[in-house]
Design a protein around this ligand. Structure first.
Ligand code: UDP
Length: 240
């Protein structure tokens, strides 16, 4: 049973449990995908039914961000913790390096995925990066073919939402990969193009504030966090 937060069902897992679930999906064979919704995703689903369905159909739905955790609390069905997509990815990377699983990196500006690959191979010795591709392509078919011929087990799909979720749904099965994860700006972080917030911000659940200070143009997008909390209050009052 998933925990419903304003129409999006979340898996109520710790980071450890999420990582284990991810590993099981890779081992299970067949195609699976993971999504990491934040408050912005939840609001976007209200206007985009296809995106909503993509989130509902995912094999693993992880609450990326404190806004989702607060909303769940307001709704009276608390989640154990937030599970930032990037931390989930890091856990999986360590496991992949140990188990010789093949990783493909898809997304971000040209050159970023290669730089991310180089950095990740240093951090996780033994990690097999079987291919990379930037996120600014016009046709899907050649990219699908690249992933297929690289025999990827896992693909980090970093095209921003909702593009990455729809891409996984439409193209994932044809790639032969076992697990795709929609990870937004993660390749920029792995490549060192964008820094994650300092640990103190992370601990306090204030990563959004750090990002806002670094990128003030995000103010419009971030105003969605209080809006989601407000909707949660409304839903609670209406008894949903
Ligand atoms: N991106 C991409 N192709 C596109 C649009 C975006 O590869 O057509 C990349 C962009 O370069 C960035 C990532 O998608 O690396 C997502 O960026 P953003 O920070 O908006 O995502 P968030 O993490 O906030 O969802």
């Amino acid at each position: 049973m998933r925990t419903d937060v304003l129409g999006v069902g979340f898996d109520n897992l710790t980071l450890d449990e999420a990582a284990q679930a991810g590993e099981r999906l890779v081992e299970a064979g067949g195609f699976h995908y993971t999504v990491t919704p934040n408050p912005e995703f939840i609001l976007a689903t209200r206007k985009n039914p296809e995106f909503k369905q993509a989130l509902l159909d995912a094999d693993l739905v992880l609450p990326d961000g404190i806004g989702v955790v607060y909303s769940a609390k307001i709704l009276g069905r608390p989640l154990k913790t937030r599970v930032p997509g990037i931390e989930f990815a890091q856990r999986l990377l360590a496991w992949m390096a140990e188990h010789e699983k093949r990783l493909f990196l898809l997304g971000a500006k040209p050159g970023v995925a290669q730089q991310a690959a180089a950095n990740l191979k240093q951090t996780y010795p033994g990690l097999i990066v079987c291919g990379t591709h930037d996120g600014y392509f016009k046709e899907d078919a050649p990219v699908v073919e690249e992933i297929r011929s690289a025999a990827a087990d896992v693909v980090f799909v970093c095209l921003g939402a909702p593009k990455q979720e729809l891409w996984m749904v439409h193209n994932g099965p044809a790639t032969g990969a076992h697990l795709m994860i929609g990870l937004g700006g993660a390749l920029d972080v792995f490549a060192g193009v964008v820094e994650r917030a300092p640990a103190a911000f992370q601990k306090l659940g204030l990563e959004w504030l750090h990002r806002l200070i670094k990128e003030p143009r995000r103010i419009g997008r971030m105003a969605k966090l209080p809006l989601v909390l407000w909707y949660a209050v409304g839903a609670r009052i209406r008894g949903r």
